[in-house]
Write a protein that binds this ligand. Structure first.
Ligand SMILES: C[S@@+](CC[C@H](N)C(=O)[O-])C[C@H]1O[C@@H](n2cnc3c(N)ncnc32)[C@H](O)[C@@H]1O
Length: 164
């Protein structure tokens, strides 16, 4: 669905990725022609060949939707994808508002704030919006974040922020 929207905005080349083959099968079944390539790969354990293959696309924009937090995409996988992105490439993602709330001092929230406001990323855009309604009909707020990569995130960053 995300790929389809990006195509409508004129994105010329789209590369998707997920750890499970069902994700690739679903895009091929429901939205064939949207992606130029779709990788089934574990971004926490990419082989050298997979990494080189992905780097050859010279990716200049990276996006995920509601994938950070809740144990969906591990921070390590996100950082691997971030490092495959070209220098000065754009990154756009969203996350639940509490992750940016200073009163939330859980390990994940503290770490993700460290990452977002680190020297590796320049934040250009930050907006709080209603993402959806909960099962009880209450509004759930997220932040939309967009920025530009400054530099690769070093290997020891996860250890430093307590996520490894
Ligand atoms: C909330 S869904 C987001 C789906 C959609 N592909 C997106 O990015 O907008 C999170 C997805 O991350 C995938 N995922 C989890 N761990 C991963 C890993 N180590 N490498 C690649 N994908 C992973 C899951 O299979 C799941 O489909």
């Amino acid at each position: 669905m995300m790929g389809e929207q990006l195509r409508k905005h004129g994105v010329a080349r789209l590369v998707g990725a997920d750890i499970i083959p069902e994700a690739k099968e679903a895009t091929e079944r429901d939205r064939p022609m949207v992606y130029d390539a779709y990788y089934v790969a574990d971004f926490c354990n990419l082989t050298e060949e997979q990494r080189e293959d992905l780097q050859e696309w010279s990716v200049n924009c990276l996006t995920t939707v509601a994938a950070l937090g809740f144990g969906d995409i591990p921070a390590k996988a996100f950082i691997e994808a971030f490092n495959i992105l070209q220098s000065k490439g754009w990154i756009a993602f969203n996350m639940k508002e509490t992750f940016l709330d200073k009163s939330d001092e859980t390990g994940f929230s503290v770490a993700i704030r460290e990452l977002i406001f680190s020297e590796y990323l320049d934040v250009y855009y930050l907006e709080r919006y209603q993402h959806r309604l909960s099962m009880e009909g209450l509004p759930l707020y997220y932040f939309a974040i967009a920025g530009r990569k400054n530099a690769d995130i070093p290997d020891d960053f996860l250890t430093k922020i307590g996520l490894a």
